[in-house]
Design a binder for this molecule. Structure first.
Ligand SMILES: *Cc1c(COP(=O)(O)O)cnc(C)c1O
Length: 801
């Protein structure tokens, strides 16, 4: 930008902020709060998204482009203000303008609540995909639910997780636009009657779904797409009869009933509960999205058989798998197509992304519930199933969509899609071999792989200003949208000047984190220590337990020999447990108990600290990832589908200590064995190891260290007020240990000893760290989205070059 343009742009920005403060917020500058300034800045930035947004929509219509529709029950977005300023190239300008107005930009950014409309990786992936589709000029809509309460807030009381409701919509959301004209009726229950050979469904309950649009702006503002979130509204506001009879509370019942639909996000990560409300939410999202898609299509096209040439619909996990039957229903019941014709159209439009192999995560609805909530869809599901059985006579009798009085959503999604993808090379392989072996044989080539990625704009450019500045200084601009260019850093890695600049950037992030930890938790940590970070949902398969057992072992070793030359270490944990997941909550309690004991031990001092800031979310990840030295990715092999946290750390120059699981396999391949702390059983070894009923006992008896650790915990060393607190937990490790914590313990200990040695050798460590960044280009979600565009969606970018 020319200097005069820049001055002009800045003058305009400042006057727009002040104009919004006055006329939108109704505030006089001397009395404006941080909230007021944040809103004023958000509106001023939002104004600048409108032109690219409208231009993108106009071009998509004008050029009659194929559109992608990404259906997801979760979008874990985080904050939008800073992201928008970064993608519009207005970050520095916004910062200096706010400073001139006497405001602290960081404080304003921090005032925005996280949009936490998701649980973890699956929802965050959807958010990264939206940003990458906008950056790549892929015409797309995201469809989700506008939950009034996103994922609960986590607090610790005496070390235990306490959940409180999250209320991000209590404040005005400056990024969304209500779309009352995009309102659809969604039906549930009721009955189906046959009339003149046609099935007529009369729902027993109805609600409206109304769209709320948030623009999603891509890198450099060259393209913008729409995230359309559905909010539920009652079809009858009010029961007037009851009101007139004086029953005022009951008069409002229809409204209450409808609103529960988009009230709250289910907080279960990788388990499903089979609750009727959840099934209703899934149908609510899916039906609203499909009605919207068909309305948009029919407004400019006549022949619904052409739908697949114009529409690609991606199902993020099985949560929107009702899309198959619902699209058939709309095409047959409302548009008069034949069943098989409708089925083929639906298949050609639909794609299904599988996210997990965990059996407890695979959605299955009792046919009773399914048939009650969606009677017409139950018929269609049976029809699809018998069509598939007829068409593929080789199908084994035990394979099918409806089995043992349950509707299996994985099989439904598979059969109704033209492509099914896993999310890492290993995972896609296991989807073929273990999850859908029979369907894979009947439909060779349908299962493909699209390894996950993360957006480098948020996770490097925005979250890590010191490192992104160094990268631009070293290899010039443009890497943000072409992450493979990071490999141009490699020739600089042997250069001492570069390495110390890399070191300085990391240190700056570590100092900032240390200051925040002091303020948030009152714990002092030294920025010279190795920051060892495990942040993710708390789950047995992710093995936070393995990490805390190793922490106890380290503590015992330090106490036994305090004068040895210890590499100081800070163990950082973050993550929430599903509210009903008792074992995960016990692990949280143990981490906090161990932390309290270790942090108060004068013998240990700075050699070891344990910190666990509460309420891990996207904004906390943005703080922790850039400051991490070591990335903990230690799941039981075969259980983590991909992981995306692992990629964020790699990009930000933190080597991984990890198992051969999910995308760790590809991280290892990209970064090289010498830059990765590999340990543990492989997915195949895990299966064989489990066949020995005494696997845990044998592993523990072979490890004196593990015996001592378990004994300390069992004796109540970390729970002096309740010595038997962890008896159950220790007993499970000895006698059950499904996730093989004991079997991998010694190998983990040895790998951690390697990290100490590597960290003590400054040059070696910095080289490893820098190599991780330099070789992380593959893990941009731009690469992932390009894969989906060619392999699944057959859609082209609207931006040339
Ligand atoms: C990236 C991210 C995740 C996923 O982390 P994994 O380590 O891949 O499980 C979960 N939650 C938040 C807030 C994230 O940013």
């Amino acid at each position: 930008m020319a200097v005069t343009d820049q001055i002009l742009t800045k003058t305009l920005l400042k006057s727009d902020i002040l104009r919004h403060l006055t006329f939108t917020l109704g505030k006089d500058a001397p009395h404006a709060s941080v909230y007021d300034w944040r809103m004023a800045l958000s509106y001023a930035i939002r104004d600048r998204i409108m032109e690219p947004w409208f231009a993108s929509t106009r071009r998509t219509w004008g050029e009659d482009r194929k559109r992608v529709y990404y259906l997801s029950m979760e979008f874990l977005i985080g904050r939008l203000l800073e992201d928008a300023t970064i993608n519009l190239g207005l970050h520095e300008m916004a910062e200096t303008t706010m400073a001139e107005l006497g405001q602290d930009f960081r404080e304003i950014i921090g005032n925005e609540p996280d949009a936490a409309l998701g649980n973890g990786g699956l929802g965050r992936l959807a958010a990264c995909f939206m940003e990458s589709m906008a950056t790549l000029g892929c015409p797309a809509y995201g469809y989700g639910i506008r939950y009034e309460h996103g994922l609960f807030r986590q607090r610790f009381e005496q070390g235990q997780q306490v959940e409180t409701p999250e209320d991000w919509l209590n404040q005005r959301n400056p990024w969304e636009f209500d779309r009352p004209e995009a309102t659809y009726t969604i039906g549930f229950k009721g009955e189906v009657v046959t009339r003149d050979g046609k099935e007529i469904w009369t729902p027993g309950e109805t609600v409206f779904a109304m769209g709320h649009d948030t623009p999603v702006i891509g890198w450099k503002g060259r393209w913008a797409n729409t995230l359309r979130l559905w909010g539920a509204k009652p079809t009858t506001m009010f029961d007037l009869d009851r009101f007139n009879r004086g029953d005022y509370a009951a008069a409002a019942e229809p409204e209450t009933l409808a609103r529960t639909l988009s009230r709250v996000l289910y907080p279960d990560d990788t388990t499903y509960q089979g609750k009727e409300l959840r099934l209703k939410q899934e149908f609510f999202l899916t039906s609203a999205a499909l009605q919207d898609i068909l309305r948009r299509f029919t407004s400019s096209h006549g022949d619904l058989r052409k739908l697949p040439a114009h529409v690609a619909i991606q199902m993020n996990d099985t949560h929107p798998a009702i899309a198959g039957p619902e699209l058939i229903r709309l095409l047959v019941d409302e548009h008069g197509l034949r069943f098989e014709e409708a089925l083929e159209i639906a298949q050609a439009c639909l794609g299904y992304t599988n996210h997990t192999l965990l059996p407890e995560a695979l959605e299955r609805w009792a046919t009773f519930t399914f048939g009650n909530v969606l009677p017409r869809h139950m018929q269609i599901v049976e029809q699809i199933d018998s069509w598939h059985r007829r068409t593929y006579p080789g199908r084994p009798h035990y394979v099918g969509i409806v089995k043992h009085h349950e509707v299996r959503m994985g099989e439904l999604a598979f059969i109704m899609s033209h492509k099914v993808n896993g999310v890492s090379a290993l995972h896609s392989d296991l989807v073929k071999k273990n999850l859908f072996p029979e369907l894979d044989k009947l439909h060779p080539g349908r299962i493909i792989n699209e390894t996950n990625g993360v957006t480098p704009r948020r996770w490097l450019k925005m979250a890590n200003r010191p490192l992104s500045g160094l990268i631009t200084e070293t290899i010039g601009e443009g890497w943000e949208a072409d992450l493979d260019r990071l490999k141009e850093l490699e020739p600089h890695v042997p250069d001492q000047g570069f390495l110390s600049a890399f070191d300085a950037a990391k240190r700056q992030n570590k100092v900032a984190l240390a200051n925040w930890l002091k303020a948030d938790l009152g714990v002092s940590v030294s920025p010279d220590a190795l920051f060892d970070v495990q942040i993710k949902r708390i789950h047995e398969y992710k093995r936070q337990l393995l990490n805390i057992l190793e922490t106890v072992a380290r503590w015992q070793a330090i106490r036994a020999n305090p004068t040895a030359n210890w590499v100081p270490r800070v163990k950082i944990f973050g993550g929430k447990s599903a509210p009903g997941y008792v074992v995960a909550k016990e692990i949280i309690h143990l981490i906090n108990d161990v932390g309290a004991t270790i942090n108060a031990d004068p013998v240990v001092g700075d050699r070891l600290k344990v910190v666990y800031p509460a309420n891990y979310n996207v904004s906390m990840a943005e703080r922790l990832v850039p400051a991490a030295d070591l990335s903990e990715q230690i799941s039981t092999a075969g259980k983590e589908a991909s992981g995306t946290g692992n990629m964020k750390f790699m990009i930000n120059g933190a080597p991984t200590i990890g198992t051969l699981d999910g995308a760790n396999v590809e991280i290892l391949q990209e970064v090289g064995r010498e830059n990765f702390f590999l340990f543990g059983l492989t997915a195949e070894e895990v299966v064989t190891r489990r066949e020995d009923p005494d696997h845990a006992k044998k592993a523990i008896e072979a490890s004196q260290v593990l015996q001592d650790v378990l004994q300390n915990i069992a004796e109540g060393v970390f729970s002096p007020t309740q010595k038997d607190r962890y008896h159950g937990l220790v007993h499970r490790v000895w006698h059950h240990d499904y996730f093989l914590v004991a079997s991998d313990f010694d190998a983990f200990l040895a790998a951690q000893a390697e990290t100490d040695a590597a960290y003590a050798d400054r040059n070696r460590w910095l080289t490893m760290a820098a190599m991780n960044t330099a070789r992380s280009g593959f893990f941009s979600s731009d690469r992932t989205i390009r894969g989906y565009m060619t392999d699944i969606w057959s859609v082209e970018s609207a931006l040339q070059g």
